[in-house]
Design a protein around this ligand. Sequence first.
Ligand code: CP
Length: 310
Amino acid sequence: GKSILGLEYLSEDEMNLVLDTAKEMKNIINRDIKKVPALRGKSIINLFYEPSTRTRTSFELAGKYLGADVVNITASTSSIVKGESLRDTLLTVEAMGVDAIVMRHKAEGAAEYADKVVSPAIINAGDGAHAHPSQGLLNMFTIKEHKNKIKGLKVAILGDILHSRVARSDIWGLRKMGAEVHIAGPKTLLPRFIENEKGIFVHDRIEDAVENADVINVLRIQLERQKTGLFPSPREYARIFGLNKERLSRAKDDVLVLHPGPMNRGLEISPDVAYCNHSAIQEQVQNGVAIRMALLTLVLMGGKSLEIND
Ligand code: CP
């Protein structure tokens, strides 16, 4: 089947097809015709080994709006607790005859592994620090809605780059679309392998990354993945690296502020910036449903040119 494992595997044309399809889906949602029978008879399993509010719920709503049957498996209430392996869990789900598995797992490469083990389409809903392709796509969709383009924009990505699958999917997607990506955060949270190359610029100071930016994506500090606690301390982090009104004022007048959620308000982003008129954080959540409707349709029904990991 066709799986969505990461934006590194999608071409610019394929990403544009997803964004265009999502636009149609958003029109359907906005016209309040939420039930479209496009995926009637298809079944989708949400298999989540890590917590989620937005991604799991929006994949579930997306599938249901399109008429599919959607079932959720949450690790903590499943036989995973009894020690069933990932491989055996996947084979069990496959035996029930599902068409797609939307999967979140703490290990990088878990979705690619699943794609090799079972035949239903796999949609990666986050694998460790590797990729979160539907989040990358909804970020690009939100940028395009506001700026009418992606090419040539200066996009700043701030914070915990090291642990962020959102940052990686953003970088893959935005670079292919021709945006200039500036990343910044404390050295402890920047991956060592990232260099100033191919339109990616690395900064130690938030101020330098946000200078004249069209878009600022503030990442969540992933407290659960800090091996030796957050360094610098939360108070220092907010003071030196947090996005506040003063730092925001260095960006373009019409700067768009994104955050994938959930937010640590007062840590990586100040409350006044989170809810200022530049912020599209709630719109991102809304757009996430349309993006996931598009992905499920293209994966399960095929698209004119969508040949992803076929
Ligand atoms: N942005 C995101 O992935 O949020 P959830 O963890 O709530 O799904």
